[in-house]
Design a protein around this ligand. Structure first.
Ligand SMILES: Nc1nc2c(ncn2[C@@H]2O[C@H](COP(=O)(O)OP(=O)(O)OP(=O)(O)O)[C@@H](O)[C@H]2O)c(=O)[nH]1
Ligand SMILES: [Mg+2]
Length: 241
């Protein structure tokens, strides 16, 4: 449960059942303030990325969908693009250690009781990383399909990963995450013969909440369609002429 974004209380439901309860009203206002403050900081990050012509990705998913595995593969494939990584987890430096082993600059953010990264955390991490112009910054958000949807980090693109072991109904259960993403990666397709997951149905559900969402099917462990992903990245990173 997150103390910052307000997801841990009953505010929304209480307000619906008792709209004149002023203490609850203050809770809602506080939540709004936090989000407004975050949005202002996110705009600053966006300005920073634009000024340095950096392509930035906010990578979101449930825990274990394959975010860090995809990052490892991306680093393997991308010797011509400078990559910087910001790792978000509640605890541990496991994911940052995996990225560091690849020789890629990385900052680990531990959110403690928080269940998402926010724009201020990214601002501070960028100060530490100092990414060069025309580079790629990938932010691995905390594994969670709820709270990270609310927090704009100033990223250029939001990419959501859904793995085939999670069930195809995730877009319907967690619509905000799919509604605010531009690209959906369907990962672990090597496991399709063993699980009951209908890829076309999953896409149809996601398109219901976001008709302009794009898709890529992949297996990060088998490197299936990683080239397609890398081509997409190369297309977006503004390499100087
Ligand atoms: N079969 C299969 N396993 C995969 C694939 N991608 C990732 N995995 C496995 O899934 C597990 C979790 O992968 P991670 O990359 O750590 O997932 P994550 O999203 O970074 O996890 P958190 O950071 O904890 O949210 C690992 O055991 C991976 O080897 C894939 O395409 N196919
Ligand atoms: Mg990870």
């Amino acid at each position: 449960m997150c103390a910052t974004c307000g997801c841990s209380d009953h505010t929304h439901q209480d307000l619906l059942t008792n709209p004149l309860d002023l203490s609850k009203q203050r809770e809602i206002n506080l939540e709004k303030d936090i989000l407004q403050e975050n949005n202002l900081r996110a705009e600053r990050n966006r300005g920073y990325f634009e000024a340095k012509k950096i392509f930035s990705i906010n990578l979101v998913s449930s825990p274990g969908s394959g975010k860090t595995s995809l990052l490892e593969r991306t680093i393997d494939f991308s010797d011509d693009i400078p990559i910087y990584v910001i790792e978000g987890d509640q605890q541990s430096t496991n994911d940052a250690d995996r990225i560091r082993r690849k020789g890629t600059p990385v900052v680990q953010i531990n959110t403690g009781n928080g269940c998402h990264l926010d724009a201020e955390m990214i601002h501070r991490a960028l100060h530490e990383l100092e990414p060069v112009e025309h580079s790629l910054v990938i932010i691995e958000n905390v594994g969670n399909l709820v709270c990270p949807a609310l927090f704009d980090l100033g990223e250029t693109h939001r990419v959501v990963i859904m793995s085939v072991t999670e069930g195809e109904d995730k877009p319907l259960k967690y619509p905000n995450m799919f509604a605010t993403s531009q690209l959906c990666l369907i990962n672990k397709i090597d496991l399709l013969p063993y699980v009951d997951f209908d890829v076309e149905r999953a896409k149809a559900y996601a398109l219901r909440v976001n008709p302009s969402l794009k898709f890529m099917e992949m297996s990060t462990t088998k490197a299936t369609n990683i080239v397609e992903w890398y081509d997409w990245l190369s297309h977006h990173v503004k390499v100087p002429h």
